[in-house]
Write a protein that binds this ligand. Sequence first.
Ligand SMILES: *Cc1c(COP(=O)(O)O)cnc(C)c1O
Length: 432
Amino acid sequence: MNRQQIVQLDKAHVWHPYTPMGRYLHETDPLVIATAEGSTLIDVDGRRYLDATSSWWVAVLGHNHPRLVAALKRQADKLCHTALAGMTHEPAAALAAGLVARAPQGLSRVFFSDDGSTALECALKMCLKYWHNRGDTSRIKFAALEGAFHGETIGVTALGGIDAFRRAYTDVLMDCVRVRAPTDGDFDQAVDALDELMRTVGPQLAALVVEPLVLGASGMLCYPAAFLRVLREVCNKYDVLLVADEVFAGYGRTGTFWAVEQAGITPDLLATAKGFSGGLLPMAATLASERLFEGFLGEPERAFFYGHSFAGNPLGAAVALEVLRVLDEEQTLRGIPERSALIAQRFAAMHRKFEGSQRPRGIGMIGALDLDSTTSYLSDVGAKIGLAARKHGVYLRPLGNTVYVAPPLNISLEDLRRMLDGVEAAIADVLG
Ligand SMILES: *Cc1c(COP(=O)(O)O)cnc(C)c1O
């Protein structure tokens, strides 16, 4: 099929995620990608685009990493899928062991699911059932950060704090208690507000769920590791379970393997997806502490009656295991400080150059800048800059008016420079 035929079929039938479809059908000329390698997407006409978002944050080792593709092919020849009930297989067992070896001290059990949303949904249900098994009927509420994003199921939508994503569902969502993270340097106020809140609701909370260090979807808002330590202390004090959503922040994105490492804390549950399978396949995991796991032992009715058809999928598991090996053997995380410094320096320079731009920020392999003071997802400045970036050979997808990059961790310095040049040129095209 040529470009035009593909677009025609797409526009006749494909309903795109996070996309105002009326506008898409009439105004958008989508990129039509045929192949990809490293940090580059290549369209059907051979045009190349540096992927500034690692394709929605998943391709931490770049696209089509040869070792990951080879691991997938090897596994596909042997076993593509089998249920994970009453049976197991080498990829799932070896991956679980590999994850536990990497995990913050104290997380020892691995529950597999399909994507970030299900890894979090699973964590919520584990928390509720844990308290239920303990006979504690008062812990039925969740707390989450203001501006949080934890995925798309109705359960995790309740924890989400981005108004545009929740508004239509408000009437059916669970109650959620909001905690403010100090994303603007207001550390002491945030700690005071947290203390006061916990004094009243602490004893009713099943768990506090957090994106550690960076609130990704609400615009790459960063907060210090010290606040994570405060959250851990407060959860200990009120016996509240702490769930770390490392779906975006983990696997090196924030500079360390897990974001919680920077605070030296261990959550009770940790959810991972996205970079977890190197961006090849939908696959996720929820890691649990032994204390939590033991809460499900005993009579059969105490068991966790929850699971997904593709839990522990051998293809995904084989690839995810290879991701761990590649990160080790290629020492990918060692290259982050140099890249991170370059990203920070270039976003600071863009802030000085573009009048009215605000809050240059970043951590690890993330850089971001707001282009004006409105923070709405519905702002169209970002969309225009995304389109302009194409002309400069970059695939960019701003969040509302927040322009950000979250490239593959192993992007070459040369590609990274060209990507940042492209971002700057695209902003200049739109802001004049
Ligand atoms: C993307 C994301 C999710 C949801 O993951 P999906 O794989 O899209 O379901 C959950 N939490 C965070 C922090 C995310 O960035």
